[in-house]
Design a binder for this molecule. Structure first.
Ligand code: PSU
Ligand code: MN
Length: 322
């Protein structure tokens, strides 16, 4: 990447952004009137879901948040401008354009200064949402500790960011392509609270039960809101809260198909020597093709399920609880 020190002097680049964060009109209005807001990430749109389903799904996620009584704020970067509440044209651009960069927290300032188009990960979305005073965020699955992390040190910045960011993230756990047990251990070390939503088992993204117990379970959006209120009132620990929301058993990917597909995918990884950033996209596209689209349909159900719960939590939380 070329660092552009003076973007205004470079033809073809947008003007250097003057506002660190720009709010979409619908989000600015919600902030003025105190309506509940749910943050949404853009990396699942640009990098996590195949085109052209990704744009349709991005719109469905926003519609689901609205139907459940909150205002969606999809976060991303357009021409170096950080936007909280992308409009439909911006969302369409990030879903379809080539050269949209995956932005974690460390990338945000560099991307802004170089006028980049970027999609924010869970880490970056959480950090920006918290800075914007938004306390609830819905996604599909978190990043985590990769299976080969003992050699590669590959652990998502999602975990370390949540350690210091006061946000509630509604997700369906982490994908089974990661080391789920190690991810839970790291979350404990980092001081990130994990509560199951109506379950004491950590969900396994495509599958309802990821194979690990949780210490805590909550039963209602109001109870999650009470956790957030208690955190604020205590004023002791300001880390993230993971609300682990499993798909109902009858909506999960068939566990036998899941296990088979994962084993085949891992064998292909080893055979082709695929490592690093390429691992997750490779395994996800293997899942989508090997299950003839079944995993994609499950993926979409997961995100919509989380968007709905996040909206209900945001509606139950008093404004400014975070
Ligand atoms: N989980 C998914 N789909 C995704 C991601 C996670 O089911 O697209 C994305 C999220 O944006 C998450 C990021 O924050 O991958 C983690 O990437 P990394 O491991 O490079 O931090
Ligand atoms: Mn990584």
């Amino acid at each position: 990447m070329v660092i552009v020190t003076d973007p205004a002097n470079r033809p073809g680049l947008p003007e250097h952004p003057t506002h660190p964060i720009r709010y979409g009109e619908h989000v600015a209005e919600a902030r003025r009137t105190g309506r509940p807001i749910v943050a949404l990430e853009s990396t699942i749109v640009s990098h996590g879901l195949p085109r052209p389903d990704n744009l349709r799904v991005a719109r469905e996620i926003e519609a689901t948040v609205r139907e459940a009584g909150a205002v969606p704020a999809t976060i991303g970067m357009v021409g170096g401008q950080l936007v909280v509440g992308l409009d439909d044209a911006q969302l369409t651009h990030l879903a379809g354009a080539d050269g949209v960069t995956k932005l974690s927290v460390r990338d945000l300032a560099v991307a802004a200064a170089t006028g980049a188009d970027g999609a924010t990960t869970v880490a970056a979305t959480s950090a920006v949402a918290a800075a914007a005073g938004i306390g609830v965020f819905a996604t599909g699955g978190l990043g985590g500790v990769h299976r080969e992390a003992v050699q590669t040190f590959d652990e998502s910045a999602d975990l370390t960011t949540l350690a210091r960011t006061p946000i509630a993230v509604v997700c369906a756990g982490v994908k089974s392509i990661l080391d789920v047990g190690a991810t839970l251990e790291r979350l404990e070390t980092l001081g990130v609270a994990v509560v199951g939503y109506r379950t004491r088992r950590f969900p396994g993204f495509f599958i309802t039960d990821g194979g690990f117990d949780l210490d805590w379970s909550v039963d209602s959006p109001e109870q999650v809101a009470a956790v957030l209120a208690a955190r604020t009132a205590q004023n002791v620990h300001h880390g993230g809260l993971i609300v682990a929301n499993p798909l109902p058993v009858d909506e999960q990917l068939d566990p036998a198909l899941h296990d088979r597909t994962l084993a085949d995918g891992l064998a292909l990884l080893a055979r082709d020597g695929i490592t690093g950033k390429a691992v997750t996209p490779f395994l996800l596209s293997h899942f989508h093709s090997a299950t003839q689209g079944a995993s994609l349909a499950v993926n979409v159900r997961i995100i919509l399920n989380n968007a709905r719960l996040a909206a209900r939590i945001a509606a139950a939380a008093p404004p400014g609880a975070d």
